[in-house]
Design a protein around this ligand. Structure first.
Ligand code: C5P
Length: 219
């Protein structure tokens, strides 16, 4: 692997399954180091939402790729895109190589921003930025992830069905890990962070130690 130099913006790749805690961790890391952050899941979600809003089918790859090429990274709104149906639709179109090509191009352009970037998703360390100097794979058991989702919904004062959420998490994992193009898996050189029995603060401290080491190597 080429050693990154100061001239190359520093990239932190954070991958993992849905609801493992990588979003919170990524935002905290980006804020700490003053890096730009991109939640790449939002790019798949924005593509899916554009198709749904236009009443277009989710199984036509050429149309979905065209929509993916029009996604503006600057306009991604987490509140609007976090809806459950949009996540389901996103994971369906994410199996299409044409959609992935379009979004990976945009994500790689984002990764060039100085002084550095944090990208989180499913294939950052394996496909989007395989030469990232820090790769983290954040995971937790499906049951723990479903429990966190459930608690989040209940905390908002809404009704939630644990079994349905658990089934949903497992179905999303199967789709993300089982697809032929860029399946979810840890890069060979990724550091695993299993947050099943780890607080977000402990996960952040572990991530920070790894990032500080890599930054020191880089100066
Ligand atoms: O992370 P989030 O739940 O927002 O992602 C929505 C869907 O987008 C995921 O289930 C996955 O199928 C897809 N995705 C992907 N590659 C990424 C990020 C998200 O395939 N890098």
């Amino acid at each position: 692997m080429n050693k990154p130099t100061n001239a190359i913006p520093f990239v932190i790749a954070i991958d993992g399954p849905a609801a493992a805690g990588k979003g919170t961790l990524s935002r905290q890391v980006a804020e700490t180091y003053g890096f730009h952050h991109l939640d790449t899941g939002l790019t798949y979600r924005a593509t899916a939402k554009a198709l749904l809003d236009a009443g277009l089918p989710l199984d036509d790859e050429a149309t979905a790729e065209k929509m993916a090429r029009e996604v503006e990274l600057a306009g991604l709104d987490r509140d609007i895109l976090s809806q459950h149906e949009i996540g389901e639709a996103a994971s369906k179109i994410a199996v299409m190589p044409g959609v992935r090509r379009a979004l990976v191009d945009a994500q790689r352009r984002f990764a060039k921003k100085a002084p550095g970037t944090v990208l989180d998703g499913r294939d950052i360390g394996t496909v989007v930025c395989p030469r990232a100097p820090v790769k983290l794979y954040v995971t937790a058991s499906a049951e723990v992830r479903a429990r966190r989702r459930y608690d989040e919904i209940v905390a908002r004062g809404q009704a939630a069905d644990f079994e349905a959420i658990f089934e949903d998490v497992k179905r999303r994992d199967e789709r993300d890990m089982g697809r032929a193009d860029s399946p979810l898996k840890p890069a060979e050189d990724a550091h695993l962070l299993d947050t099943s029995e780890m607080s977000i603060e402990a996960a952040f401290q572990a991530a920070k130690s790894l990032i500080d080491l890599a930054l020191n190597r880089n100066t």
